[in-house]
Design a protein around this ligand. Structure first.
Ligand code: OOG
Ligand code: MG
Length: 253
């Protein structure tokens, strides 16, 4: 199969909520080709009128690497079609086997088109917020190789961002609680994300420079989940409460 054909199948799997088999190994897809397929998938979304609203890092915590058996940092794209309002009611039938995970979100205040340093962060990021990400692998049984998950836009499918707070340079030990119907499902510290979630922004800036992509002012950056993701059940509410950032959540019909 060509890269375009793989992208078309992944796009159709997402639109019809029908899982497909993994394709990277059988088609000898390299990691850089997987990113090309990811961008083909994004192009199909842009042609339908979607807009890029953000960038997400994946596998920045051991909890996620262990859950999914993949240990390299990955980069995916968020669009306006994926954004939910806090407190929204979502319908699970639009997805294949959706999971939810707690995230820390950052807001970009100045275009990033090169690798930036930790000291430069306040020039490029003005705010941060508690967030949740909904991921829905387009592959059967939610199983994939590194190349397969990258081609599939890193399972991106939905996200919700809570109230914005001014950027703090000291967020390496915030308590992150992940709740289902107000009961604790999992808990972690933000140190689980690369020892300091701010480092995820630096990693993204490095990848963006390599790929000649600009992270644009107004877009969001998701640092990657600190806990494993959790399958969603009808009738339940999901939320995260992050120290100093507050609570955000949504419910399932
Ligand atoms: C891939 C997406 C990983 C994260 O926060 O680590 C991710 C997946 O687990 O399906 O979003
Ligand atoms: Mg995530």
């Amino acid at each position: 199969m060509t890269k375009k054909e793989i992208a078309a199948l992944l796009d159709q799997a997402a639109r019809t909520a029908q899982a497909v088999p993994q394709m990277a190994a059988a088609n000898l897809i390299s990691l850089s080709e997987a990113y090309e397929i990811q961008w083909e998938c994004i192009d199909l979304r842009l042609k339908r009128g979607e807009k890029i609203t953000g960038h997400k890092l994946g596998f920045t915590s051991r909890a996620k690497m262990i859950q999914m058996g993949v240990s390299d940092l990955i980069w995916g794209i968020l669009t306006d079609q994926m954004e939910l309002t806090p407190g929204a009611q979502v319908d699970l039938t639009q997805w294949i086997h959706p999971r939810v995970e707690p995230e820390i979100a950052f807001r970009v205040s100045e275009n990033i088109d090169r690798e930036i340093s930790r000291e430069e962060l306040p020039q490029f990021i003005d705010s941060m917020a508690a967030a949740l990400e909904i991921i829905d692998s387009r592959y059967e049984d939610f199983k994939f190789s590194l190349e397969d998950v990258v081609a599939d836009n890193c399972s991106s499918t939905g996200y919700v961002v809570g109230d914005w707070h001014p950027l703090s340079m000291d967020i390496s030990d915030l308590k992150i609680d992940f709740l289902e119907n107000d009961q604790l499902v999992d808990t972690a510290t933000s140190a689980a994300i690369l020892d300091d979630p701010l480092l995820s922004i630096l990693a993204l800036s490095r990848l963006a420079e390599q790929s000649r992509v600009t992270i644009e002012k107004g877009q969001v950056i998701f640092a990657g989940a600190a806990t494993a993701a959790h399958y969603m059940q009808p009738g339940n509410r999901y939320s995260t409460t992050i120290e100093r950032l507050g609570t955000v959540g949504f419910s399932v019909q």
